[in-house]
Design a protein around this ligand. Structure first.
Ligand code: PLP
Length: 393
């Protein structure tokens, strides 16, 4: 059975070109880039090239790029660094829809005595910028807002939010893990101070990330050890993965147009056809301010998990918005923050595409999913017993 992989916000396949670039660094080129000899030194030069490739993707300079182990480490480092260099300030501003890499850290920081404001979002997953502004106070040490949401793809106005924080002398961090490579990002033209990205979301391997720190901004390292990364992140470099990430960044820049053209069209076709063929379905999140590859669709009166299991039988991979976290079948915190009705939130599925998806695959999903939903609804007492729903068909 062929796999139809529509779960690229969870992780992406390593691009064959990326794998090819990495392989020598697992083999004959195994030197330590910190070594004095030529054998190690040549690796150091390749790391520098990868740093430049990554910098070029986001309009940064290579000195502003710190390699980390993942997006989570980048997020944790950024927020803890901002607090460490601002010891007099105790307030953090973030949103209710952040990834756990930010949200769980902020919950921990609240337990440590910091005051955390989690900004609400509206029904489309968008921020109220007036409320944001009101929460920027003299005591605010750091703002952390995601560039794009991993579940809905909704894009926040990060450039505007960063400028507002910068004017007030407040550190601004953005988790751009889902945005990099999908929307244009130019650090020369915005006021973001720190930005996180993760390799495995853009066709590089898992376990490699980047924290961008704007030149001249004070920084306090999280991982303390050797002199690597100019003493901003201790630990012998993950050489093969860094080189892979550099290649992936170069490719992402070249494929951005395809992402916003062909991939967006496939996503739109999938969305349009599913909504047309399946009654009582709707898209979660603003449809304009959104990543080109993501759609989060709710199918009322069915369980997301059941849909996933039945799609799995056809090799279709996606994600459910009602992840069975901690054993309770709670809808995702993102959909809850958006006030998505309970019967809709439970049946939500995130489809996230990549440049490797084809129209045939999308047509396959459009053919297979409607009967799955119909079958599940026929088993659902809520669906069968609700005259209002039947009348609306
Ligand atoms: N932030 C966002 C928005 C994400 O989607 C993810 C991964 O799903 C992360 C952070 C964490 O990245 P990593 O898996 O590299 O730790």
């Amino acid at each position: 059975m062929k796999t139809v992989y529509l779960d690229n916000n969870a992780t992406t396949r390593v691009a064959p070109e990326v794998l090819e670039a990495m392989l020598p660094y697992f083999g004959e080129l195994y030197g330590n880039p910190s070594s004095m000899h030529f054998f190690g030194g040549q690796i150091s030069r390749r790391l520098q090239e990868a740093r430049q490739q990554a910098a070029d993707l986001i309009g940064a300079t290579s000195g502003e790029i710190i390699f980390t182990s993942c997006g989570t480490e980048s997020d944790n480092t950024a927020i803890r660094s901002a607090l460490a260099v601002n010891p007099g300030k105790r307030h953090i501003v973030t949103s209710r829809v952040e990834h756990p890499a930010v949200r769980a850290l902020c919950a921990q920081l609240a337990r440590e005595g910091f005051r955390v404001t989690e900004l609400p979002v509206d029904g489309d997953g968008l921020l109220d910028m007036d409320q944001y502004e009101k929460n920027l106070t003299a005591d605010t040490a750091v703002v952390s807002l995601m560039w794009a949401n991993n579940e809905t793809g909704v894009v926040f106005p990060i450039e505007k939010a960063a400028a507002m924080a910068d004017e007030r002398g407040i550190f601004f961090h953005t988790d751009a893990v889902q945005a990099v490579g999908k929307v244009p990002i130019n650090m020369e033209k915005n006021a973001v101070h720190m930005l996180s990205l993760s390799g495995h979301k853009l066709h590089a391997p898992k376990g490699i990330g980047i924290l961008y720190v704007r030149r001249g901004k004070r920084f306090s390292p999280f991982m303390i050890g050797g002199h690597q990364e100019k003493e901003r992140r201790g630990g012998t470099e993950n050489t093969a993965s860094i080189i892979g990430l550099g290649k992936a960044c170069e490719m992402a820049a070249a494929k951005m147009e395809e992402e916003n053209g062909r991939v967006r069209q496939l996503r739109d076709k999938l969305e349009r056809e599913l909504l047309a063929r399946i009654p009582n379905s709707r898209v979660n999140g603003d449809r304009l301010q959104r990543l080109p590859n993501t759609t989060n669709i709710s199918f009322e009166f069915v369980e997301g998990e059941s849909i996933l299991l039945m799609m799995d039988e056809f090799g279709i991979c996606a994600s459910s918005g009602s992840a069975c976290t901690s054993g309770s079948l709670q809808p995702s915190h993102v959909l809850r923050a958006m006030g998505t009705p309970y019967t809709m939130a439970h049946g939500s599925i995130r489809f996230s595409l990549s440049v490797y998806n084809t129209e045939r695959e999308i047509d396959f999903v459009i053919e297979k999913l409607p009967p799955i939903i119909e079958k599940l609804r026929n088993m659902s007492p809520f669906w069968r017993g609700d005259d209002r729903v039947r009348a609306s068909q």
